[in-house]
Every structure is written in structure tokens, then in C-alpha cells.
Design a binder for this molecule. Structure first.
Ligand code: COA
Length: 138
């Protein structure tokens, strides 16, 4: 694959919730992208789909699991795909999968699944207390 070739869309034709290029300020002491930066983007991406499904404000109550499969580098095009996988009474669980597109040697593109995470959000009202998630067809 050359830089002129489009990288295969890992989202199987659907748009990512979030797409970001990390900058040098986002690195850890070793020069790779800081895991905390990736986690904050994951939290944002997950909250977008949770907010949409809950039809209103949500708050993160738990990061249930996170796995960093591969490093992310400055200049990668990082795409976050998020899906609501469970709806409780007031809570929603979201899976987020992260891909990085990069040109490692300037000629060969690769698209790597770098991170996966599962987070739980709670729908809250104006009083910041949990509120029921509306039915899907509401
Ligand atoms: C989120 C919050 C409003 C929930 O309040 P609470 O009194 O604990 O609410 P409840 O015990 O009734 O739980 C509400 C829902 O969250 C779920 N929940 C609570 N803690 C959880 C955890 N650690 N993991 C997964 N789900 C959890 C409950 O199972 C419940 O789900 P359900 O209604 O679908 O059955 C409260 O914990 C809070 O404000 N936390 C701080 C959130 C925050 O500041 N996030 C940003 C962090 S950077």
C-alpha cells in the first residue's frame, strides 16, 4: 500500500464517533502517546453515544476494562468507534474500539487496532441524580 492508496476503513463503512491526531504535547516520557490521553478521548467518544441513547446528560461512573494492544504515535490518525452494548435502568455500557492509521516509513500505510475499552455511564437529571434511560423508541 502506498500513501496514495486509501487506508481500508476499519469501521466497515460506518463513521467513527471521534477522529483525532495526537500532538507532541500528548506524549509520555518515552515519546509514545500517553495512555491517559487515549483514555480521555475514549471517555469522550463513549459519552457521545451514551448521551445520544440516554437523550440527555450522562456521567462516567466506571471504566470497566481497558486494553492497550499497540502504541500510538504522534501524527497517527486515531479513530474511535463506540457502541452502546447494554442499557440498564439508569446506566449504559459502551464498548469503544480505537484504530490508528499511520505511515511508518513514509511509504507503507497501516491501520492498527490499538486500544479497546468498556465504560459505564449513568443518565442524570438536573439534580445530578440518576434518571431512567428512556426506551429506545421514545
Ligand atoms: C454516577 C452517580 C450519579 C451514581 O450515583 P449512585 O447513587 O451511585 O447511583 P446508583 O447506585 O443508583 O447507581 C446508578 C446506576 O449506576 C450503576 N453503577 C453504579 N456504580 C457502578 C460501577 N462501579 N460500575 C458499573 N455500574 C455502576 C448501577 O448499577 C446503576 O445502574 P442501573 O440503574 O442501570 O441498575 C454518582 O456515583 C456520581 O456522581 N459519581 C461521580 C461521577 C463522576 O464525577 N464522573 C466523572 C469522573 S472523572
Amino acid at each position: 500500500m502506498t500513501p496514495e492508496d486509501p487506508v481500508v476503513d476499519p469501521g466497515l463503512g460506518r463513521l467513527p464517533v471521534l477522529r483525532v491526531v495526537p500532538m507532541p504535547a500528548d506524549t509520555n516520557v518515552a515519546g509514545d502517546i500517553f495512555g491517559g490521553w487515549i483514555l480521555s478521548q475514549i471517555d469522550i467518544a463513549g459519552s457521545v453515544v451514551a448521551h445520544r441513547r440516554a437523550q440527555g446528560r450522562v456521567i462516567t461512573v466506571a471504566v470497566n476494562a481497558v486494553q492497550f494492544h499497540k502504541p500510538v504515535f504522534v501524527g497517527d490518525l486515531v479513530s474511535f468507534y463506540a457502541d452502546v452494548v447494554r442499557v440498564g435502568t439508569t446506566s449504559l455500557t459502551v464498548d469503544v474500539i480505537v484504530y490508528a492509521e499511520r505511515f511508518r516509513d513514509g511509504t507503507h500505510a497501516e491501520c492498527v487496532r490499538v486500544t479497546e475499552a468498556t465504560l459505564t455511564y449513568v443518565a442524570i437529571g438536573p439534580d445530578r441524580r440518576p434518571r431512567p434511560v428512556p426506551p429506545n423508541d421514545a
